[in-house]
Write a protein that binds this ligand. Structure first.
Ligand SMILES: NC(=O)c1ccc[n+]([C@@H]2O[C@H](COP(=O)([O-])OP(=O)(O)OC[C@H]3O[C@@H](n4cnc5c(N)ncnc54)[C@H](O)[C@@H]3O)[C@@H](O)[C@H]2O)c1
Length: 246
């Protein structure tokens, strides 16, 4: 490791599992102090060195203020906000309930906006403020049953571009990741039950494999570190070439 995030403090949401857990661990291994955020009861075992667990539902009314305050109180400031927590929802539009649609938007989009807004007063004080949001290849593509999910993830893309534009004058970058088919808590149980489905996704990608959480963590690290310092307002597909073919 090369201490690429030395003296930085970070929040990573959805950090008890999958992409968020891998990112919190990698950020900490690179020298950051990390507030790992997830739902109550989701963290298992002791967090890695440099990682502090914070349990909250990020969609709650007071969650953004409480989450940002927890990081600022613990670390004395905030440099990196990685909005990664997300939920899947799957129902054809004709069967999608208002509740399912609203919950998907609340967690996957509105909470990203509200956490970003609450973080801005602290990020402006950072020498290298960063917002990284996890969207999806489904921000640009779609599949059956994904109306709410795609609407939320396309919203994350538009939100992130606008944050990049508005916050650039403070030296803050804002970018979003577009994971392809990644083996995490969201997908793992289905793929274990249906290895044939996992195989289809693996073969669809140019690299002929599923993604692992660390593939995304490394991309997030690039955007969080000085290496990505002149990249802003961009969506980075981390999908092994899944979306190359039309
Ligand atoms: N796995 C994939 O193939 C894939 C593909 C594209 C995008 N993504 C996105 O990647 C992100 C991370 O997901 P993952 O694949 O690592 O799944 P995951 O289920 O392993 O991790 C998501 C984490 O978010 C947490 N979370 C959910 N709702 C929350 C809430 N209201 N408050 C706090 N925490 C909450 C969950 O408890 C979970 O630990 C999500 O935004 C997801 O939409 C995943």
């Amino acid at each position: 490791m090369s201490d690429r995030l030395a003296s930085r403090s970070a929040i990573v949401t959805g950090a008890a599992s999958g992409i968020g857990a891998a990112s919190a661990a990698l950020f900490a291994a690179e020298g950051a102090r990390v507030l790992a955020v997830d739902l109550p009861g989701k963290f298992k075992g002791a967090p890695p060195a440099g990682v502090t667990a914070f349990e909250i539902d990020i969609s709650g009314a007071d969650a953004p203020a409480r989450t940002i305050a927890a990081a600022v109180d613990a670390f004395g400031g905030l440099d990196i906000l990685f909005n990664n927590a997300g939920i899947a929802s799957n129902a054809l539009a004709q069967d999608m309930t208002d509740d399912a649609f609203d919950r998907t938007i609340e967690v996957n989009l509105r909470a990203v906006f509200r956490l970003s807004r609450a973080a801005i007063p602290h990020l402006v004080k950072s020498p290298a403020g960063r917002i990284i949001n996890t969207a999806s290849v489904m921000a640009e593509g779609t599949d059956y049953g994904l109306s709410a999910y795609c609407a939320a993830k396309a919203g994350v893309a538009g939100l992130t571009r606008t944050l990049a534009l508005e916050l650039g004058k403070y030296g803050i970058t804002a970018n979003y990741l577009m994971p392809g088919a990644i083996r995490t808590g969201m997908t793992g149980p289905l793929w274990e039950a249906r290895p044939d489905v996992a195989d289809i996704w693996a073969k669809k990608s140019a690299l002929r494999r599923l993604g692992e959480p660390v593939d995304l963590a490394r991309a997030a690290l690039f955007l969080a570190s000085e290496d990505g310092g002149f990249v802003t307002g961009q969506g980075l597909a981390v999908d092994g070439g899944l979306t190359l073919r039309v």
